[in-house]
Design a protein around this ligand. Structure first.
Ligand SMILES: *Cc1c(COP(=O)(O)O)cnc(C)c1O
Length: 389
């Protein structure tokens, strides 16, 4: 058990690394191909280095981050082995950062000829060949080599390989609608990806690792699995496609909990919190929980005017709805006449077994996705890792 952040408040995040390890095993088994464990954005709020170690323990052959800087932090923490990153640009990424990545044996994703030129300079500086993967745009229209530029970039990639500047190790793309398994964009993107792979082969770029699937596609779309799957959210035990994903035994790794700070009576007509948006229609008891948007609790969880839709927390094994506006430092919840002792554990969210709601329940109440709930959580809370020993 290790404390990684100094606590500034009484609430805490507990991350179960055994759950991450087990989720990695499940994803390897269900996909049948190597797992690329995505640990960007501080491991979706779970701790990047700790999550990476847990994923490796669960058999993840590859790790992946968004930025080059994140990948370098993993190397500094002693995480060896295949490691891919995908956010860099010759205009904004310092040459020294590219060179450090090449020296550290990190696979860089190339989006343009200009970026390949920058990687060539970095390989020169590092005194060893780089490792490059080609990221093609197949319909997400975010990053990736636009179709019109494929021939130029593939030709430059092959020339650099022949000149010993790098080894091209992979070709990959990213799906726009993987969480909607029936969406026609999935098959369209697969077809465009196949064209890109064929064109790369025609340019002499053979035996590339091909990967397209994120968590949703890894679980729901066998045709998108190719040579590896890049899983983030499912690694942390959350559902990548609510309403579509069968129960495959993923376990949410994050629990957020806090001690109950105060219990008070509310009388009929009492109005709660900023704006007085919730008014007691009958006498009840209210509890004060020391988490708010300063901890990353979305203010949208309040749902003014729709008390039945507000987010809930678990106290004493029952779900207790938030009443009134979420504040910076605290929320008020309805205890429905109960008077739990001060200090009673409040489960803000976690696995069902923790006795409260899930991050997915919060996402639904807040009109967002579970990714955003766990990635933004934090603020003053301590974060403790358990398991994996
Ligand atoms: C974040 C990300 C992933 C992981 O997606 P999940 O839905 O969390 O599995 C995979 N590939 C790319 C390019 C990403 O940006």
């Amino acid at each position: 058990m290790s404390r990684t952040t100094a606590p500034l408040g009484p609430a805490e995040i507990v991350v179960d690394l055994d759950a991450i390890r087990a989720n990695a095993e499940v994803l390897r088994e269900i996909s049948g191909v190597p797992l690329i464990a995505v640990v960007k954005a501080d491991g979706y709020g779970h701790g990047m280095v700790e999550s990476a170690r847990a994923a490796r323990a669960g058999g993840a052959q590859w790790l992946a981050t968004a930025t080059v800087e994140e990948a370098l932090v993993l190397r500094e923490a002693g995480l060896d082995g295949p490691l891919l990153c995908w956010i860099s640009s010759p205009e904004v990424t310092p040459g020294a950062t590219y060179a450090a990545a090449v020296a550290a044996g990190i696979d860089l994703s190339a989006y343009s000829v200009a970026e390949l030129d920058a990687i060539a300079a970095a390989a020169d500086r590092a005194g060893r060949p780089a490792r490059v993967q080609l990221k093609v745009d197949t319909g997400l229209t975010r990053g990736g080599i636009p179709r019109a530029a494929w021939p130029d970039v593939f030709a430059r990639a092959r020339a650099g390989e022949e000149a010993g500047q790098w080894q091209v190790t992979g070709i990959w793309s990213h799906l726009a609608c993987a969480d909607e398994p029936e969406h026609p964009a999935n098959a369209e993107q697969e077809a465009v990806f196949d064209e890109a792979v064929a064109l790369a082969e025609a340019h002499g770029l053979t035996s590339l690792m091909r990967h397209l699937a994120n968590s949703a596609a890894a679980i729901l779309r066998p045709s998108a699995r190719y040579d590896a799957v890049r899983c983030g959210i499912a690694l942390y035990g959350l559902d990548p496609a609510p309403g579509h994903t069968p129960d495959i035994g993923l376990v949410p790794a994050m629990t957020v909990r806090a001690p109950l700070m105060m219990v008070k009576d509310a009388h009929e007509g009492d109005a709660v919190s900023y704006g007085q948006h919730w008014v007691a229609e009958r006498p009840t008891t209210l509890g004060l929980v020391p988490v708010g948007y300063g901890e990353g609790i979305p203010r949208s969880a309040s749902r003014p005017g729709e008390p039945e839709a507000a987010a809930r927390v678990g106290i004493g094994g029952r779900l207790r709805p938030i009443r009134g506006t979420v504040c910076m430092d605290q929320v008020v919840v309805d205890l429905d006449g109960d008077r739990p002792e001060i200090g009673t554990e409040v489960v803000v969210f976690g696995p069902r077994s923790a006795g409260g709601p899930t991050a997915q329940d919060w996402a639904q109440a807040c009109g967002t996705i579970n990714y955003e709930i766990v990635t933004r959580i934090g603020g003053r809370m301590s974060r403790t890792h358990v398991g994996l020993r």
